[in-house]
Design a protein around this ligand. Structure first.
Ligand code: AMP
Ligand code: ZN
Length: 441
């Protein structure tokens, strides 16, 4: 495997001693809290209810006093309720799946796009990027932050960007080969799919110039790393992010491959007990909670990511001092990521509730076949519908498939099953069987 040189985009900040870093964090946190208190009614209301005033927040040690923010707040305040600046200062909207029909969106000021770009630039440089690189961006371009995020970061580094967006495996490989791409940015499952398709399409892996890749937007494992590194003879690096905070680049792996450095001069990280919300010490597994401290458009205070991981603040071999988060080992909610698209079972439920002839009893079965996620949605027919003609039943099946595709954005294999065949549960309904084994490590 090629060796990645240990390069650091912004050594002054990324390797800053933690005492000086804390001073920056304290100042930025105080500013952010005052900014949201004065400009976002929801934050003011929450802080007033909790009896916290901006003056009570003197530094990161006071973070725990602030109320949490959740995805439901973004849904309830959709689209502009959480903006902390007038709309004319917003220059970009990006979005992701919400828990029901509507997406959640985030507004970015010029400053926010700049901060995000810097975070991605740091991530790509850590993975070896420089002016001489040709970066193939195979994340989707659009509301999803992956494509544009990676694009902006690669441009900042001065690399050649190839904005492929997602899909069309044949064309991806042809361009990668002919242009001599040296870095790949896409979801890890698609990277494996590309790697496996390469030989099938008659290419010799040695003819490719790829040396590394930044893979994220969905959970992956060490086994998947080994596979990607072997298929392409590259170094595979993890990159983490979420729309609400910025997009990819919130955290990234360095050549030590021992966790992802969180860009702590822009984002504060805590781990809390998902049940009680109590902060947990470094090293303990729990829910990641993030607070933006340089964003101005739509700052997020103590945002519950629902992602489960651990934090490690011990020194890293690369020289960076920023805290490292482990791989995401699971979610505290029922969000699934299918072929890089986030989805919630509640979205399927809302589709089913609008369709006559089916009961809102369903089961989602997720598998990975040839490195590609497959979603099967089993839906119960009502008694009345069960006795209908095959043609009628097929019509319903198509309707459900189409609506899932349009609401959730994922192609599903819909299977209609006889009434009362989906197991009923006495407690929380078990609606997901995920056979992908992504949460083992
Ligand atoms: P989105 O806002 O659509 O980009 O989705 C963000 C979510 O994707 C995060 O909250 C995580 O659950 C997931 N995610 C992003 N990057 C990673 C990663 N490197 N590993 C595991 N999950 C990830
Ligand atoms: Zn490191």
């Amino acid at each position: 495997m090629k060796v990645t040189e240990n390069k650091i985009y912004n050594p002054e900040i990324e390797c800053m001693d933690r005492e000086s870093l804390k001073k920056i964090q304290d100042e930025r946190l105080k500013e952010t809290v005052a900014h949201v208190y004065n400009n976002v009614p929801l934050y003011k209301k929450r802080m007033d209810e909790a009896g916290v005033k901006p003056e009570d927040i003197k530094g990161t040690e006071d973070l725990y006093k602030l109320p949490f923010t959740n995805k439901t707040d973004l849904r309830d305040e959709f689209p502009y309720g959480l903006l902390a600046v007038p709309k004319e200062e917003i220059v970009r909207i990006q979005g992701s799946s919400g828990t029901t029909g509507k997406p959640i969106v985030s507004g970015y000021t010029e400053n926010d796009v700049e901060v995000w770009t810097e975070m991605v630039a740091r991530s790509l440089v850590a993975a070896g990027a420089g002016k001489d690189d040709i970066v193939q961006v195979t994340y989707g371009y659009g509301l999803f932050t992956g494509g544009l995020g990676a694009h902006q970061g690669a441009s900042r580094v001065g690399a050649v960007v190839v904005p492929m967006s997602s899909g069309n495996t044949q064309r991806q490989l042809m361009m990668m080969h002919d242009l001599g791409a040296t870095m790949l940015c896409c979801t890890p499952s698609y990277a494996i799919f590309l790697g496996e398709s390469l030989k099938e399409m008659g290419y010799d892996p040695k003819e490719f110039k790829l040396k590394s890749g930044c893979f994220g937007a969905e959970p992956w494992t060490e086994e998947m790393r080994e596979k990607m590194e072997e298929l392409f003879d590259i170094n595979a690096y993890n990159i983490y992010g979420l729309t609400e905070i910025a997009g990819p680049g919130v955290a990234f792996e360095c050549p030590a491959k021992a966790g992802m450095h969180i860009n702590e001069d822009h984002v504060l990280a805590e781990i809390v007990d998902p049940a009680t919300g109590e902060p947990l010490p470094y090293g303990e597994s729990g829910e990641l909670v993030l607070t933006t401290i340089s964003k101005t458009g739509m700052p997020m205070i103590r945002y519950r990511t629902h992602d489960i991981c651990t934090l490690d603040v011990t020194p890293c071999a690369c020289g960076r001092t920023h805290v490292r988060m482990s791989r995401i080992t699971g979610r505290t909610d029922d969000m699934l990521i299918i072929r890089g698209v986030n989805m919630f079972p509640s979205q399927i439920e809302s589709v089913l509730l609008g369709i006559q002839g089916v009961a809102p009893h369903y089961m989602l079965i997720v598998d990975r076949v040839n490195s590609t996620d497959r979603l099967e949605v089993q839906v119960e027919l009502t008694d009345a519908m069960f006795s209908d003609t095959v043609a009628d039943i097929e019509k319903i099946q198509k309707k459900i498939t189409d609506q899932i595709k349009s609401v959730v954005g994922v192609a599903a294999n819909v299977k209609l099953v006889p009434p009362k065949t989906i197991p009923r549960s006495e407690g929380k309904a078990k609606r997901i069987i995920d056979n992908r084994g992504l949460t083992s490590k």
